[in-house]
Write a protein that binds this ligand. Sequence first.
Ligand SMILES: Nc1ncnc2c1ncn2[C@@H]1O[C@H](COP(=O)(O)OP(=O)(O)OP(=O)(O)O)[C@@H](O)[C@H]1O
Ligand SMILES: [Mg+2]
Length: 260
Amino acid sequence: MTALIEVDGIGKNYGSVVALRDVSTVVNAGEVTCVLGDNGAGKSTLIKILAGVHQHDTGRFLVNGEEVRFASPRDALDSGIATVYQDLAVVPLMSVWRNFFLGSEPTVGRGPLRRLDHRRGRETARAALADMGIDLRDVEQPVGTLSGGERQCVAIARAVHFGAKVLILDEPTAALGVKQAGVVLRQVAQARDRGLGVVLITHNPHHAYPVGTRFLILKRGASLGSSEKADISIEELTRQMAGGAELEALEHELREVAST
Ligand SMILES: Nc1ncnc2c1ncn2[C@@H]1O[C@H](COP(=O)(O)OP(=O)(O)OP(=O)(O)O)[C@@H](O)[C@H]1O
Ligand SMILES: [Mg+2]
C-alpha cells in the first residue's frame, strides 16, 4: 500500500531558527498519525508544510508516492489534503449551513437569475452533519452559537463532505472540556474508519492514544521517533512527552531543596 503522505528526513528553518530537523513519518488511509510535543516543538511547522503554507528546506515530502513541493494551500487542497486550524476558518455570524459550504453553495437558475439554493443547501448540510452523528436543531443558526466542539465537528464534516483524503487537525481538543473533546475524538475515529488518513496534533497523550495508529513525538524541532501503537504504552508515551529523564532530574532537585 502506498502511503497517502510520507515525509522522509524533512527539515525547515526560519532564518537562523531550526524549527524542524530530520523528521520522518507516514500517513496511511484508515489510520491516525498523531503528532505530539510541547510548545515550540515544531508541530505546527510540520503540518504547515503538509498543508502547503510553508515549504521544507531539506528531506523529501511524498504524496501518493510522488515527491511534491506545494506552492500554496490550494495545491494541497487539490491533492486532497484538508486542514482544520485551531482558530477555525469559520465566520461566527454566518449560519451553520453557509459555513459548511463557504463559497461552494448550491445554486438554482442560470445567468443573472442564478441564486443560492437555500433549501438544498440547508438539507445537504443537515444530512452530512447527521450522517456524522451531529444533530443540530437548526442549521440556520449562526456558527457563533455553537460550542467549540460542535464547531470543530462542522469543520471536519465539511472536509469529509468535499472529498478530502487526508484530514489534518491542529490541536482540535486543546480548548475543550472532557466531554466535548470526546465528541471531537469520536469524529476523528469516524473519519479514520471512513478510510481517510488523519494527522492529529495534540499536547495530550490521553487524547492521542485511544484514536492513534502511530505517534510521532517532536522535541525542539527534532524527532524522538515515530512509534506504532503496539510498540508503545500510554505510560511510555506520556513519559517521553514529558521528557522523562528531565522530570526525574527536576524531582531530585526539588527533593534536595526541600531537605536543606
Ligand atoms: N514564522 C516563523 N518565523 C520564525 N520562527 C518561527 C515561525 N514559526 C515558528 N517559529 C519557531 O519555530 C519553532 C517551532 O514552532 P511551531 O509553531 O512549529 O511549534 P508548535 O509545536 O506548533 O508549538 P505550539 O504547541 O506552541 O503550537 C518555535 O521555536 C517557533 O518560535
Ligand atoms: Mg502549534
